[in-house]
Design a protein around this ligand. Structure first.
Ligand code: NDP
Length: 484
């Protein structure tokens, strides 16, 4: 069918309100003609031959191969840099890496990518316009990039229970990151919900801090690998409760979670369990929203790839990792698919005439966040507070103080740091400080910090607002604006 006839059907369907069919036709109608013309590209700014979106195993592996293929590669890290491995502890099954910590693996992947010249941008993609070529990638921080190829590796996000109290106590006892929040539950009772490998990992992390850890499993068995289940045997304070479902989470604004209401689907009995923490480990859903309507997705929202390649249904856009893999979902597989996606992207560029000579010719038109940031930086120093006394002096001396409560053991804190520093440079009239809660636990107690990173704003020495978790640059700036 010709493009014209499709457009005609599109208008008719719009008029009759058949949006579902319109939606699936969208991608045919807006498909740009993908061609690389030296002249057209030389008229454009902010070009990038390989844009990697996402910073998990798939993203870093793809970026490494893109840069080693001698193509300028920009990796947009998103607001949870490091992906899922950054939230785990011991990793036993990444080939050649014996018993290493997830965050350490991610730091090595990042370092290796940077050594080969990958430019890492700590910003989150807001939209991808795939109706024109080069594809327009816009970030929440206001950066516009013209991408000749996209390797999309946004992974998957934790699924939540959807029960009463979950949203209310999010970050106040309800969380998905044991590695970040376990120290807040020292000597207390907690539950982990889920029966997979993640649930066991979370329980093991918590067992060194909590008095008791109960894994709440909805079936009468766990789906976790037998070797993982074996690890539980050596830990005395972890038990498993089968056929149990969480129905409600109770608590208070000040103290956070206090108990959960449980239901046994075997005995049909309800019970109340007093706990300070609810750690969710009930799986993930693919983060494919930015490409919805642009590439083909399956009925669960996973990106479809072609045959043994990582090609999507849109030329020049490739997908890798958990956003396209609902079967294996392993870190090693994600890294492998990232490599494949980058090789596919390099072949695509080559096949369309984008060779080393053209790359060199277009270099002045390339995007560079470093250049832009260097121009706008004002070199504001950020103090790290080491005593409650110092903190109180700063809090009372300055009209507005923005505080990042963090700890070195918390991966999302580490990854939030560049965003915090970047915003501090952009708002030199505001005082930004960092508080390591390990160095000054009295401040964590005073402000009832139960999840990190926590960002708090003080206005005229009084607490004016707070937010929990790593946020993007745009979200951070919007939060400051809202509070002030
Ligand atoms: P999984 O999808 O494997 O497991 C999710 C668990 O949550 C299942 O037990 C599921 O129950 C349960 N669940 C889902 N929805 C609900 C709900 N609404 N209420 C209660 N329970 C629910 O996810 P994981 O994150 O554990 O693992 C994902 C992948 O990552 C796997 O391939 C795993 O092997 C891997 N992984 C590997 C690790 C390692 O090797 N160190 C560590 C962590 C993960 P049901 O069984 O009834 O569906």
């Amino acid at each position: 069918m010709s493009q014209k006839s499709l457009q005609f059907i599109y208008i008719i369907l719009l008029a009759t309100g058949l949006y579902g069919i319109v939606f699936s036709l969208n991608k045919f109608i807006h498909k740009p003609s993908v061609g690389i013309s030296a002249h057209e590209l030389s008229q454009k700014e902010n070009l990038v031959p390989v844009v990697v979106i996402g910073s998990g195993c798939a993203g870093y592996a793809a970026a490494l191969y893109g840069a080693r293929g001698k193509m300028k590669t920009v990796l947009l890290a998103g607001n949870q840099p490091g992906g899922q491995l950054s939230g785990t502890t011991r990793v036993e099954n990444f080939p050649a890496l014996v018993d290493q910590l997830g965050p350490d693996i991610m730091q090595k992947m990042q370092k290796q990518a940077e050594q080969f010249g990958v430019e890492i941008v700590y910003d989150t993609v807001q939209s991808i316009d795939c109706s024109k070529y080069p594809y327009e990638v816009r970030t929440q921080g206001g950066k516009d990039i013209n991408a000749l190829t996209i390797v999309y590796t946004t992974g998957a996000s934790p699924v939540t229970l959807g029960v009463t109290g979950e949203d209310e106590y999010w970050g106040k006892g309800v969380t998905t990151c044991a590695i970040c929040d376990a120290p807040f539950h020292k000597g207390k009772d907690v539950i982990v919900v889920g029966g997979g490998d993640s649930a066991i990992e979370e329980a093991l992390q918590l067992s060194s801090y909590a008095r008791s850890v109960t894994i709440v499993v909805r079936k009468d068995y766990m789906r976790a690998a037998p070797s993982m289940q074996d690890r539980l045997k050596a830990v005395e304070n972890v038990s498993v409760m089968y056929n149990a479902e969480v129905k409600k989470i109770n608590g208070s604004e000040n103290e956070g979670v206090s108990s959960v209401e449980l239901y046994s689907n075997k005995t049909q009995e309800a019970s109340l369990m007093e706990v300070s923490g609810v750690f969710l480990a009930i799986g993930h859903k693919p983060n494919s929203a930015l490409l919805r309507g642009c590439v083909d997705l399956d009925s669960d929202g996973y990106i479809k790839t072609k045959g043994k390649s990582q090609e999507t249904s849109m030329a020049g856009i490739f997908a890798a990792g958990d956003v396209e893999d609902k079967v294996y979902r392993q870190a090693g597989v994600a890294a492998g698919s990232g490599i494949k996606a980058a090789l596919d992207a390099l072949s695509f560029l080559q096949a369309h005439g984008f060779n080393a000579a053209l790359a060199e010719q277009l270099e002045p038109n390339y995007f560079s966040a470093k250049k832009a940031a260097a121009q706008k930086q004002s070199n504001v120093a950020i103090e790290t507070i080491t005593s409650a006394n110092d903190f109180d002096q700063i809090r009372t001396k300055h009209a507005v103080v923005v505080v990042d409560f963090y700890a070195n053991f918390c991966p999302s804190c580490t990854y939030f740091t560049p965003t915090f520093e970047s915003v501090a440079q952009q708002l030199p009239d505001i005082t930004f400080v960092k508080v390591n809660i390990d160095d000054v636990p009295s401040l964590a107690n005073r402000y009832k910090i139960s999840s990190i990173p926590t960002i708090m704003i003080f206005k005229n020495s009084e607490r004016a607002g707070s937010t929990i978790g790593a946020v993007s640059e745009a979200e951070f700036k919007a939060f400051i604006k809202k509070v002030l």
